[in-house]
Ligand binder design. Structure first.
Ligand SMILES: [Zn+2]
Length: 221
């Protein structure tokens, strides 16, 4: 079984949801670097304090620090993980490689969930989510409107503040400029670990394909 997994993909490709499902199914921790960062900061650890120096100014933490935070987590929990949306830059990918080498481990599987811009746009701009339970729905697909009650818990459905055209353009630009080169990096460095899945398919179809990749029949020892 593959136990060191990187899921990459643009916004709205469903990588977070798929990472959660894989984690449940294969009992591999789903590691969100955003959550790790917030946890270090709230616990006031030395890494958290260092990160705070950047985030409190509205800046992203440097690649090297982001990887140090992930490495600290791996040292504590073992090098088994599903990263979702990490590494986010080529710099992070390089630091991650050296850090894994120090732990005498390497990535097993890298999957890119691909979605054309037009579909990303449609999914995000039609997305409404519940203020209370966080469930998300598509306005056209589920027939829910902004301000209508959540089918799961009855709370108010709203559009997220960052789900505007402008914010979306920015997120897509960041993805193209920073994260797509990460795919290029792995394409060169580990072409046989990199797989692509069409994220325009249904969630269950995508999950079936991902599961088959994670379960990998070949024994890697
Ligand atoms: Zn709800």
């Amino acid at each position: 079984m593959n136990q060191r997994i990187v899921l990459l993909g643009p916004p709205a490709s469903g990588k977070g949801t798929q990472a959660d499902r894989l984690a449940d199914c294969f009992l591999i921790p789903h590691v969100s670097t955003g959550a790790l960062l917030r946890s270090e900061c709230s616990r006031g650890t030395p890494l958290g304090q260092e990160a705070d120096g950047w985030t409190s100014k509205g800046l992203l933490v440097p690649d090297e620090l982001a990887v140090r935070i992930v490495t600290a987590w791996m040292k504590e929990n073992g090098p088994r993980f599903i990263f979702d949306g990490f590494p986010r830059t080529v710099g992070q990918a390089e630091y991650l490689d050296s850090s894994l080498a120090e732990l005498r481990a390497g990535l097993d599987l890298i999957v890119l969930l691909e979605l054309p811009d037009e579909l990303i746009r449609r999914r995000i701009l039609e997305r409404i989510s519940c203020l209370k339970c966080g469930a998300t729905f598509s306005m056209s697909l589920h027939g829910n409107q902004e301000g209508s009650p959540c089918p799961r818990c009855g709370a108010l459905l709203v559009r997220r503040n960052d789900d505007t055209e402008e914010a979306l353009d920015q997120r897509l630009e960041v993805y193209r400029d920073l994260t797509l080169p990460v795919v290029g990096y792995y394409e060169k460095k580990s072409p046989n670990l990199l797989h692509r899945i069409d994220a325009g398919e249904g969630s269950d179809e995508i999950f079936a394909k991902l599961s088959a990749l994670v379960a990998d029949k070949k024994d890697k020892g």
